[in-house]
Ligand binder design. Sequence first.
Ligand code: HEM
Length: 236
Amino acid sequence: MIDASLARSRPITGLTSLWRSTIGKKYVMAVTGLIWFGYLIVHLWGNLKIYAGPSFLNEYGGFLRTVGEPFFGFSQLLWVARIILIPAFIIHVWAAIQLTTRDNASRPTRYSMRKNLESTFASRTMIYGGVFILLFVIYHLLDFTFGTVNPSFEDGNIYHNVIASFHQPIVVLFYVLAMIAVGLHLWHGVWSLFQTLGWNTNRTNRLLRNFATFAAVVLTIGNISIPIAVLAGFVR
Ligand code: HEM
């Protein structure tokens, strides 16, 4: 018997049809997630310069704004990155919401027994973790980019701003929880994107899973170390 939903489905002919299909949305999530994954690696690399001292971290902040000069003007390449990152974030969240509501709508009655033996803690909490990460990013921008919630914001003095923020234990706790959420999200997200892109085969499965775990652990420990090192007085 032909599945009614399959009979109704239209062939994927363009970007709109791709976006409408479940696999298309998963592709979009994979690509936008990959963009942010790359950003997080570069961002951590930059942030770790805090251990080298104020001039290194601040110089790196300056470099982000002057890179490409004189061909590009001040902050131009930074804005190019933002113009890619901001829509990637919005589209990622948008696709996630649509996939979740579609998934719930196609399941009219709730399972009487949880049938998620295959799913991990990370996969089941993706959407809640995602909302928490969204709230974190908003706070994070108000803290270090706009300075609104930073106790002693100085424009261009990134080192000073980070130290000021992480002297507040409640903020450190929030950052640590957010970094764990980011780590879990990446762990499952990186693994899912390999599956969506069809890169996982019997031969590569183990390798890709280990890579996803390694990347998530390194990013989580690297990120968490910064607020804790500041609060503990190791970085001052
Ligand atoms: C403890 C970990 C982290 C620290 C210490 C940190 C630190 C910073 C600092 C100091 C800035 C301002 C840089 C500048 O003005 O040049 C910044 C910007 C930013 N951070 Fe983080 N960050 C951390 C984790 C994260 C995470 C996990 C995310 C994403 C989920 C993130 C996303 C961003 C974004 C989007 C910006 C704005 C970049 C821009 O447009 O200029 N950060 N971060």
